[in-house]
Design a protein around this ligand. Structure first.
Ligand SMILES: *[C@@H]1O[C@H](CO)[C@@H](O)[C@H](O)[C@H]1NC(C)=O
Ligand SMILES: *[C@@H]1O[C@H](CO)[C@@H](O)[C@H](O)[C@H]1NC(C)=O
Ligand SMILES: *[C@@H]1O[C@H](CO)[C@@H](O)[C@H](O)[C@H]1NC(C)=O
Ligand SMILES: *[C@@H]1O[C@H](CO)[C@@H](O)[C@H](O)[C@H]1NC(C)=O
Ligand SMILES: *[C@@H]1O[C@H](CO)[C@@H](O)[C@H](O)[C@H]1NC(C)=O
Ligand SMILES: *[C@@H]1O[C@H](CO)[C@@H](O)[C@H](O)[C@H]1NC(C)=O
Ligand SMILES: *[C@@H]1O[C@H](CO)[C@@H](O)[C@H](O)[C@H]1NC(C)=O
Ligand SMILES: *[C@@H]1O[C@H](CO)[C@@H](O)[C@H](O)[C@H]1NC(C)=O
Length: 905
């Protein structure tokens, strides 16, 4: 219902803009930075309403029949005009007059058949002219005479039968001339004389039925350095002739691909001996025999391609003389017809011995039986050797297999797809410099003892993925601690749970791929110490049990300590639980893939440390709710999210936060409208999550607030009730103290020391004897002490209440001698204690000293006298010692208590 008005607006807006478009203009060219692109618009007319200051106009792929000069007057600043792929059959010379700045003119794939001296006569500044795929069969006199600045001219695919483009010397700046796919039968010097003063560097004559190279033909063509003669059906004889014609030219790159050069002889390239040829392409030639010393004329050659041929045999003199070769491509170069065993190509020992500077050798995709003792001997500069799908019977790699590479500074060795089934110990020991070893897609099945890698001192990457069966030991990688990348995908990996972990020695490992191994058992220390690990591929295994809280011994946190981890792939592992601590401290994680698991409820806070996350994949799980306390941190800097195919629960609690996050985020969420569907509640089943209306959820917000306030109030209340119940006495006592202090009882305290007695002693009548016995001697010992003892100091022992009050007033301290007798003594209970406490409150709490003669629990004390130990300072609470020897100490404590001044501050 809500979308209805907005649809109307869209509809209306769409109509409006359409109308504006119809009224304003018919052309839909796009104009950006003075470049107008009008291609693919079925135009039959030149647009007349483009900005007049455009410098490039693309009219290609339209239905134009001509380019009338008057229709271009508006665009006089054009430097580039592309009118390719139209039906233009005639070009008016005045066009270039209208476009005096034109530099690039493209007329390819049109219907031009006639070009005359006048056609381009005004196009004097042209730099590039494209005329390929027209119907220009013949060129009369000199149509390109005024193109003094032309650098590139393309006339391929036109039906020309001669290379002759003019009768006099011209095109002095031409560098590239394309004449492929014509009907040129012969190269004659008189037909190339028009280039006599040119700087031509590149000439393409491919796909012409050439049958003749007349003497001196290339000497007419100044500084030719690149000649393309592919698909020309040159045979051995013509090739030899061609090379002779090229002698003493500046030729550097010669491409002779896809000719029928079935063999080479020691004379074939002899004409090139005076040249500086650096590149020779002989690919796709069906070449069977490379005659001895064929290349001995090419000491400058650096790049030789022989790929896709049919070579049967390499002998020690096949490559003789290629002393500067850097790059040799022998991919699919050897015969593959496997009619009989004899059809295996034969590569003799020492075949490569001359290639002292060869750095790159590609022998992929051949049918070579195996390596020989001196197969690669002499390749003392070789760095990259690609032997993918090269051998037919290389089952076991032994310490002899690569012995011939012992003097090569090899960095990369590619051995994929060779049906290798075993690596014997020391197989690579002659390759001490090797950095990258690719053994993927073989049939290796063995226990890795570690000896396989012996001698790989500098190894950086070992790729072992897609093999048959690998069993690990704790030492599997002990000899290659420099390893940074280890790929073990789909190798039926066994013994991963060993302790110490097989990966333990690989401190510098940054990439580890253990995916597709059906691993179910690992230890917590599997990846321990791999502090540099950045990428961990663990997808398609069976790790679910390890993260279950019911796992015996608790969940296994195998990611612990991987503080550099950037990319983590755990797809398809059957996980249905994620312990809350597994992603803790993985602050640098940028990508987590947990797709295709069985995750339902994720615990709050699991992604709290993933603020750097850029990509999160949780597709095809059982997630019903997406809540802030789980996903908030992970979503903060996310650039891509995949949660497709989850059974979302479209209720306010589960999804409202997610929907409003989607509404405001810039994160890329592919297929949001089609593959994020509600599963529950039933009335929303199949409804797109993004259309969930969160406004109905906002209504519940005030109630939520109310609920929160209510709960808080209730909690505070309960707390207070509890506090009062257990600590109420303290509260009321200190309240009393404070009130008295505040309400001006200060004058008492303000009075100077006027006390008559050191202390007034409150005791039960029954304890009189004890008091006399112990306090009188103290007075005798210390003249400054004077206790107020009722029986002694009151006149005739009269216990007038007023006298008591006065005496208490005149005492600096009040001592309670606490016994069970005191608790029972009615006078003490009702009057003396109360009064003493009142005075203490007015004066100071320090003024009361409790002496316990018996052990009396606090609650009884409180019950009888309304006193608690907690009201007084600990130094004012004394216990009469049972042991005689401690009585001295007691006296000392009492004196300290008596001495403490009545100042509370
Ligand atoms: C050139 O302009 C004239 C008049 O403005 C117009 O009639 C004609 O169709 C245009 N021709 C092309 C090919 O655009
Ligand atoms: C070309 O013309 C358009 C308007 O027609 C103007 O916006 C643009 O600035 C002009 N560009 C230059 C380089 O003058
Ligand atoms: C003109 O457009 C075509 C098709 O879009 C494109 O292939 C061609 O490169 C463009 N020409 C120029 C000069 O940009
Ligand atoms: C060849 O070019 C040079 C200058 O590049 C010029 O002096 C000479 O006349 C030209 N020769 C011919 C035959 O045009
Ligand atoms: C290769 O290993 C065998 C034993 O496994 C040993 O006898 C032989 O000397 C080793 N060869 C080289 C070249 O190390
Ligand atoms: C090895 O060769 C295969 C096949 O050409 C290729 O796919 C792979 O990337 C190469 N390995 C390395 C490390 O270059
Ligand atoms: C590991 O990397 C560090 C730092 O790049 C380097 O110094 C150390 O030599 C490497 N360890 C091994 C065994 O290659
Ligand atoms: C999406 O955001 C816009 C403005 O930012 C707001 O008007 C609209 O109601 C929001 N829609 C939903 C479903 O939250």
């Amino acid at each position: 219902m809500k979308g209805y008005p907005s649809y109307l607006i869209y509809c209306f807006g769409g109509l409006l803009s359409l109308w504006i478009l119809c009224v304003s203009s018919t052309n839909q060219c796009t104009v950006r930075h003075e470049v107008a692109d009008c291609s693919h618009l079925k135009l039959t007319h030149i647009p007349d309403d483009l900005p007049a200051n455009i410098t490039a106009l693309n009219l290609s792929h339209n239905q134009l029949r001509s380019l009338p000069p008057t229709n271009f007057t508006r665009y006089s600043q054009l430097t580039i005009l592309d009118a390719g792929f139209n039906s233009i059959s005639k070009l008016e010379p005045e066009l270039c007059q209208t476009l005096p700045s034109l530099k690039i003119l493209n007329l390819q794939h049109n219907e031009l058949s006639q070009i005359s001296d006048k056609t381009f006569v005004f196009c004097m500044d042209l730099i590039e002219l494209y005329l390929m795929s027209n119907s220009i069969h013949k060129i009369k006199s000199n149509p390109f005479r005024s193109q003094k600045n032309l650098i590139k001219l393309d006339l391929s695919h036109n039906g020309l039968s001669s290379t002759k483009l003019g009768t006099e010397v011209q095109l002095e700046n031409l560098r590239e001339l394309f004449l492929s796919k014509n009907k040129i039968l012969a190269l004659r010097s008189e037909e190339l004389n028009f280039l006599g003063n040119s700087s031509l560097q590149k000439l393409d004559l491919s796909s012409n039925p050439l049958k003749e190279f007349s003497p001196g033909c290339f000497h007419a063509v100044g500084k030719l350095s690149t000649l393309l003669l592919n698909n020309a059906q040159l045979d051995l004889h013509l090739t030899e002739k061609l090379c002779w014609e090229l002698s003493n030219t500046s030729i550097q790159n010669l491409s002779l691909a896809n000719n029928q050069l079935l063999a080479t002889r020691d004379t074939t390239f002899s004409g090139l001996k005076q040249t500086k040829l650096t590149l020779l392409d002989l690919s796709y030639n069906n070449l069977r025999d490379i005659g001895n010393d064929s290349f001995s004329w090419l000491p400058q050659l650096r790049y030789l391609s022989l790929e896709y041929n049919n070579i049967q045999c390499l002998s020690p003199r096949s490559f003789y003389g290629l002393s500067n070769l850097r790059f040799l491509n022998l991919k699919r170069a050897f015969t593959k017809q496997s009619i009989s065993l004899a059809s295996h190509p034969k590569i003799d020992d020492f075949s490569f011995q001359w290639l002292k500077y060869l750095e790159y050798l590609n022998m992929d995709d051949n049918n070579i039986p195996g390596t020989k003792g001196n197969m690669f001997t002499g390749l003392v500069s070789l760095k990259y050797l690609s032997l993918s799908k090269t051998f037919t019977s290389l089952q076991t790699l032994t310490n002899e297999t690569f012995l011939s590479l012992v003097h090569s500074p090899l960095l990369t060795l590619n051995l994929t797809k060779n049906h290798i089934s075993k690596i014997a110990s020391g197989a690579f020991s002659s390759l001490g410099q090797l950095r990258i070893l690719d053994l993927g897609l073989n049939e290796i099945e063995q226990e890795l003892t570690g000896q396989e890698w012996r001698g790989l001192r500098n190894i950086f990457e070992i790729y072992l993925s897609y093999n048959k069966y690998l069993q690990l030991t704790s030492n599997s990688f002990a000899l290659v601690p420099s390893l940074q990348r280890l790929m073990l995908r789909r190798v039926a990996l066994k013994n991963v749970e060993l302790s110490p972990s097989p990966f333990h020695p690989l401190r510098n490992l940054t990439i580890l791929d253990l995916s597709n191994n059906n691993i179910a058992n690992i230890n917590e220390d599997l990846l321990e110490g791999l502090e540099n690990l950045e990428i961990l591929d663990f997808q398609h295994n069976n790790l679910a049990r390890l993260w279950k809280h019911a796992n015996p011994g608790g969940p296994v946190n195998f990611l612990k300590g991987l503080s550099r981890l950037h990319i983590l792939n755990l797809e398809s592992n059957g996980f249905d639980e994620i312990p809350v601590e597994v992603f803790k401290n993985l602050f640098e994680l940028k990508s987590i893939n947990l797709g295709l698991n069985n995750l339902n409820i994720l615990l709050p806070s699991i992604f709290d440390d993933q603020l750097s996350l850029r990509s999160l994949n949780l597709q095809k799980n059982l997630i019903t709710s997406v809540e802030k306390n789980v996903f908030g941190p992970a979503f903060q800097n996310l650039s891509s999210l995949d949660m497709r195919f989850n059974p979302f629960d479209c209720t306010c609690e589960s999804i409202a936060w997610f929907v409003s996050w989607i509404n405001q985020t810039h994160t890329d969420i592919p297929e949001l409208s089609s593959h994020y569907l509600c599963n529950t509640p039933p009335q929303y089943h199949g409804f797109p999550v993004m259309l969930f209306d969160t406004s109905s959820c906002k209504d519940s917000a005030p109630f939520e607030l109310l609920f929160m306030i209510n709960t808080s109030v209730l909690l505070v209340f309960i707390l207070m009730a509890l506090l009062i119940h257990f600590e109420g006495w303290r509260i009321s006592f200190y309240w009393n103290v404070s009130v008295h202090r505040v309400l001006g009882f200060k004058e008492i305290e303000a009075q100077p020391e006027h006390f008559e007695y050191t202390a007034y002693i409150i005791h039960a009548h029954k304890d009189t004897n004890w008091v006399w016995k112990h306090f009188s001697p103290m007075e005798e010992q210390d003249q400054s002490l004077k206790f107020c003892l009722e029986e002694r100091d009151f006149e005739a022992g009269v216990l007038g209440l007023e006298a008591i009050v006065n005496s208490i007033r005149r005492s600096r301290k009040i001592i309670f001698v606490i016994t069970y007798n005191l608790l029972k003594d009615p006078l003490c209970r009702r009057f003396k204690v109360h009064h003493a406490v009142q005075q203490a409150i007015e004066q100071n709490l320090d003024s009361i000293i409790l002496i316990f003669l018996q052990d009396i629990p606090d609650y009884k004390l409180n019950h009888a006298l309304c006193l608690r130990r907690g009201m007084f300072k600990s130094r004012c609470i004394l216990n009469w010692p049972v042991q005689k020897e401690r009585i001295n100490a007691f006296h000392h404590k009492l004196q300290v208590a008596l001495g403490s001044r009545n100042s509370a501050h």
